[in-house]
Design a protein around this ligand. Structure first.
Ligand SMILES: Nc1ncnc2c1ncn2[C@@H]1O[C@H](COP(=O)(O)OP(=O)(O)OP(=O)(O)O)[C@@H](O)[C@H]1O
Length: 266
């Protein structure tokens, strides 16, 4: 079990002069919990995730893991603590899935994979967990969108970092894989005591698998609480500009039913 909280304070993330997130504070994200980040298109969810990951130049504010300053670290040092899965894997990579994973593991050695042979067997084990070990020797740029997304997730999970940041890990997946991937992410976060943050558009998935649900719009936090606290018709009207109902299915999971866009909203 690992275990330091992640605290974000007074964060400012900008692309050149275009400020997307300003003065953002997040109450500490606890180890062993999964937080879903939701909000409309262009709300700033990916930007916030990239800012926390230290991937946007000149990001200001503090991102602390326990008493360690993540933004003040060098990139390799930060990579020992944090894994970030972007929305899409870069294209044009003439490597097999296994080579990609072993390369990622060898770039930041951990005690999970201290040498080449153990990196390969650990990589295969992670592929197996995701049900994609049959893709190990396939070339990355010849995979389907969903298969590539699963490989991206395998890369992020393989290192079992203390902080796991996933940007829309299920957007290209079919129903079965959406549920299996979110189950695996949640189990990994709980078992290894990781701080997990996942950007999701599917509010039912977000509600079902997260402990905490943060809603963002215009680069600012609009609600932050348990899924039940955050997902209210009022919040959905304010943030998504939609008339919606929040109900429970026969298994007790929250469902969001969007009825109509609110007239006059953009
Ligand atoms: N590299 C970039 N350079 C300049 N502006 C950017 C860049 N990336 C994103 N933006 C802008 O930042 C704003 C927030 O984008 P971001 O991708 O963070 O939103 P998001 O909430 O993740 O959206 P979506 O749900 O559509 O993926 C948008 O207005 C977008 O146009």
């Amino acid at each position: 079990m690992k275990g330091a909280p992640l605290a974000v304070s007074d964060l400012r993330v900008a692309y050149g002069r275009r400020v997307i997130v300003e003065g953002l504070n997040l109450a500490p994200l606890q180890p062993g919990t999964l937080t879903a980040l939701v909000g409309p298109n262009a709300a700033g969810k990916s930007t916030l995730l990239r800012g926390i990951a230290g991937l946007v130049p000149r990001t200001r504010g503090t991102v602390r893991l326990g008493d360690r300053d993540l933004l003040g670290m060098s990139i390799p040092e930060r990579a020992r603590h944090l894994a970030y899965m972007p929305q899409g894997l870069p294209g044009g990579v003439a490597l097999t899935v296994l080579e990609t994973l072993v390369g990622a593991l060898r770039a930041v050695p951990t005690n999970l994979a201290p040498d080449g042979a153990s990196a390969a067997s650990h990589a295969i084990a992670v592929l197996r967990q995701l049900g994609i070990e049959h893709l190990a020797l396939r070339y990355l740029d010849r995979l389907s969108g969903g298969q590539r997304q699963l490989v991206g997730l395998a890369q992020a999970l393989a290192r079992e970092p203390e902080v796991l940041l996933l940007d829309e890990p299920t957007s290209a997946l079919d129903l079965r894989h959406q549920v299996s991937v979110m189950t695996l992410v949640r189990e990994t976060v709980l078992r290894a005591g990781l701080v997990g943050v996942v950007v999701l558009h599917d509010l039912a998935l977000a509600a079902r698998f997260s402990d905490r649900l943060v809603a963002l719009s215009a680069g600012a936090i609009q609600a932050d609480g348990t899924p039940e606290e955050t997902l209210t018709p009022d919040l959905l009207a304010r943030v998504y500009e939609v008339e919606a109902r929040v109900e429970r299915c026969s298994l007790g999971h929250l469902l969001v039913l969007a009825d109509a866009p609110i007239k006059g909203a953009a």
